[in-house]
Design a protein around this ligand. Structure first.
Ligand SMILES: *Cc1c(COP(=O)(O)O)cnc(C)c1O
Length: 354
């Protein structure tokens, strides 16, 4: 158990009015905890949201030793506040930390810190349909040192941002660019870790996709550029000839919590589910023979993001006439239904914030 010291702001901000958008508005408070070699994690505290003062020599600025997580708090149908599977974010934090030589944080402490800071800013959880409070836990290496080494000091912080409905006008299929030149990650690299470096590596392809009129990049494997990996910040699913197929977790793909929820729900529904390698050639072939029935991404931000168009080199594939598929819609309704308490929480995924 962390002994969290709480200092409340004496100057609360006005709550935003109108559309919230994503990631630009921050709540009144934040969580901070320090790590010092020999002492461990210490001084957990909730303080007014504020700028940091750091040495320009901090290792995170030079060699990118950092990690982050992303989850949401929701207002349930009953007016109470809920988190969705926060223990999974805690476990993934430690998998990422291990890869980046960042000290572990006990999962209970991670969940306690998230709960505590959300509780303090509970009145920042928006209530309009589809809105939520986005929670961003992250860790940075703070030792001032220009040598390439593992930092001896860190800051673990949690900031929060009220965010608008991802789909203001209902679920809208997106166009996706299958990238055939740049790669995001390779086996043995950091693909499975949630760390800024993976995103830095992805920007050039994202710019290319946007310039081409596509909203997201779908990555291929880093060695053969042949097998499907994942979308920018989402895992990817295909419905091929009645089966739900998604790339297996091979070390270069981020193990999404929404991915895990989707697999659990599909299996519960009795749908045939396959986690395996899927080549881009298989997709093109399935499309040609009319067997590529649905494509959708899964991630915390959008929950389910239907894909209406896939581009690979000179091939442009339109999926389901560019309209949302039945399973995509049903999965979206089910995951959000469980999150909001409209549906029974049969897997025990909701955690009340108290
Ligand atoms: C966070 C993330 C995902 C989705 O994970 P969720 O836990 O479902 O939000 C997928 N891919 C990448 C690269 C990510 O960073």
């Amino acid at each position: 158990m962390l002994d969290i010291k709480i200092t409340r702001t004496t100057n609360p901000k006005a709550k935003p009015e109108g559309p919230l958008g994503f990631g630009k508005i921050f709540t009144d408070h934040m969580f901070i905890m320090n790590y010092t070699e020999g002492k461990g994690w210490h001084d957990p505290r909730i303080v007014p949201y504020q700028d940091l003062t750091l040495s320009p020599a901090c290792m995170v600025f030079h060699y990118g030793q950092e990690m982050f997580e992303g989850l949401k708090a929701y207002k349930g149908e009953d007016g109470k506040s809920y988190l969705f599977r926060p223990d999974m974010n805690g476990k993934r934090t430690n998998n990422t930390n291990d890869r980046l030589c960042i000290p572990q944080i006990p999962v209970e402490d991670f969940v306690q810190a998230v709960q505590a800071v959300v509780k303090v800013d509970e009145d920042w959880i928006p209530t309009e349909p589809g809105t939520s409070l986005y929670i961003r836990p992250f860790i940075i290496a703070t030792e001032p040192f220009l040598g390439v080494d593992v930092s001896e000091t860190y800051l673990f912080m949690i900031i929060m941002s009220p965010s608008g409905a991802y789909y203001a006008e209902g679920l809208k299929p997106v166009g996706i660019w299958i990238e055939d030149d740049y790669v995001r990650a390779v086996k043995g690299g950091m693909g499975y870790a949630k760390t800024g470096g993976n995103y830095a590596a992805s920007l050039a392809a994202q710019v290319k996709a946007h310039d081409g009129g596509y909203s997201q990049v779908l990555w291929l494997d880093g060695v053969e550029r042949k097998y499907i990996e994942e979308v920018g910040a989402m895992n990817i699913f295909f419905k091929i000839d009645g089966k739900i197929v998604t790339p297996e977790l091979n070390g270069s793909i981020l193990p999404g919590i929404t991915r895990d929820s989707v697999l659990t729900i599909c299996r519960d529904w009795g749908l045939p589910v396959e986690e395996r390698k899927i080549s881009v050639d298989e997709l093109i072939e399935a499309q040609k023979t009319g067997k590529l029935e649905e494509v959708f991404g899964s991630g915390t931000a959008a929950v389910i993001s239907p894909v209406g168009k896939l581009r690979y080199k000179d091939d442009v594939m339109t999926i389901g006439n560019g309209e949302i598929g039945e399973i995509s819609q049903k999965l979206y309704d089910t995951v959000t239904g469980i999150q909001l308490g409209k549906l029974e929480d049969k897997f025990g995924w909701r955690l009340e914030v108290k």
